[in-house]
Design a protein around this ligand. Structure first.
Ligand SMILES: [Zn+2]
Length: 323
C-alpha cells in the first residue's frame, strides 16, 4: 500500500504530493473530516511518503530502509500519539517537543497527533511554540473531526486538508479491498453517507440485517395490518447498540417515502422495499414525514443528554406512528 494506491481524496493527495515533490512541504498539516472517513490511514501514508529516502518523484518506494522500517512499525523518525483519556494532555505534547529538538541522522522526522481537536487548550498552547518556529526537518501531521475546535492560532499555522465523503463507486472499491463483496454492499453504501468505516461495520453484520427487517415489519406490519410494535420494542430493549441503527433505518424509510411523494423514486435508499414504501407513502404526506424525522432527531439529541435507553426505545416504538 502506498499513498498512490489510496482510493479517493484525490484533491487532498494531489495537493500534498505537489508540495512534497516541489520541496514545498509544509511543517504542519491538519486532516479533518467525519469519524471513519480515513484521516488516520491517509496521515500514515503521508508520513511514509515523507520518510522515504528515495527521491521525491519515486516516494514512497517501498524498498528503502525508511519505507521498510515504517511498514514494520519501527521507523525511528516516526512518532504517533493519540488521546490517552478523553483528552490529549500537555505531558504528551511535551514528549514530542523534547524529541523534536534532536536532529535526525538524515531525512525528516514526522509526528502524527491523532484527534488533535482533543488537545487541551494548555496542550495546544504548548504545541504552538513549535508551530511558530519549527525545525526544518520536522513535519507535524494532525487529524481532527472538528477543525474549528482547534485554537485559531494553531489553525493559522497549518495547511488544512479537508477529507470529503466518498462516491458510491469509491465506496465499492474500498469495500472490495476489504474483501466485502456480499449482496448487501449496495444497501451498506446507501446507509453509510460516504463514510467507509460505517459501511464496513454494516456489511455482513447480522444484527444490522435483523434490525432492518424488524424496523420494516414495525412500519408496514406483518401483512395483517397490525404493525408489530412489541417485537421491535423487545428487540431494542435487549440490544442497546441496535437503537442507533434503528433510528437511521427509520429516517431512511421516511426520506424514501418523501422522495416517492415527490416522484423521485430512482434514488431510494431502501430500493428492495419500494412497493411497501409506495403504499406507505400514499397514506402519508410530506408534512407528516418531516414531523417524523424531527421526532427522530429529538430522540437522538435526548439520548446524547440524559434519557435512559428504555425510555428512548419506548418513545420510538410505542408512540402512535400511523401515517
Ligand atoms: Zn522508500
Amino acid at each position: 500500500m502506498s499513498i498512490h494506491d489510496f482510493i479517493g481524496q484525490k484533491q487532498v493527495i494531489d495537493r500534498f504530493i505537489g508540495q512534497f515533490r516541489s520541496g514545498m512541504t509544509s511543517h504542519a498539516y491538519v486532516l479533518s473530516g467525519p469519524s471513519g472517513i480515513g484521516k488516520k490511514t491517509l496521515a500514515r501514508e503521508m508520513a511514509k511518503t515523507l520518510l522515504c529516502t528515495e527521491e521525491p518523484s519515486r516516494a514512497p518506494c517501498g524498498r528503502c530502509r525508511g519505507c521498510k522500517s515504517f511498514d514494520a512499525g519501527s521507523n525511528p523518525n516516526f512518532f504517533e500519539i493519540a488521546p490517552k483519556t478523553r483528552n490529549i494532555l500537555i505531558e504528551q505534547i511535551r514528549v514530542i517537543l523534547d524529541d523534536i529538538t534532536v536532529r535526525p541522522a538524515n531525512g525528516k522526522k514526522v509526528y502524527l497527533i491523532q484527534e488533535a481537536d482533543r488537545m487541551t487548550p494548555q496542550a495546544q498552547n504548548c504545541l504552538l511554540k513549535t508551530l511558530e518556529e519549527p525545525p526544518p526537518y520536522a513535519v507535524i501531521l494532525m487529524t481532527a473531526s472538528n477543525f474549528e475546535s482547534l485554537l485559531i492560532t494553531i489553525r493559522s499555522r497549518v495547511v488544512h486538508l479537508k477529507l470529503g465523503r466518498y462516491s458510491d463507486e469509491e465506496m465499492r472499491m474500498i469495500l472490495r479491498m476489504h474483501g466485502k463483496d456480499s449482496s448487501d454492499i449496495d444497501s451498506a453504501i446507501a446507509y453509510s453517507e460516504g463514510i467507509p468505516a460505517r459501511a464496513l461495520a454494516i456489511t455482513g453484520s447480522k444484527s444490522f440485517v435483523e434490525t432492518r427487517e424488524l424496523v420494516f415489519s414495525y412500519l408496514f406490519g406483518n401483512g395483517d395490518g397490525n404493525p408489530d410494535d412489541c417485537e421491535l420494542n423487545q428487540y431494542l430493549s435487549g440490544n442497546k447498540d441496535a437503537l442507533t441503527d434503528c433510528l437511521n433505518i427509520l429516517e431512511s424509510a421516511y426520506r424514501d417515502a418523501m422522495l416517492i411523494l415527490c416522484g423521485k423514486t430512482s434514488s431510494l435508499i431502501n430500493w428492495d422495499k419500494r412497493d411497501k414504501l409506495m403504499e406507505y407513502a400514499k397514506k402519508s404526506s410530506i408534512q407528516a414525514l418531516i414531523a417524523k424525522i424531527e421526532e427522530l432527531n429529538g430522540v437522538r439529541s435526548q439520548l446524547k443528554r440524559y434519557i435512559n435507553h428504555q425510555l428512548a426505545v419506548d418513545l420510538v416504538t410505542l408512540v402512535p406512528h400511523e401515517v
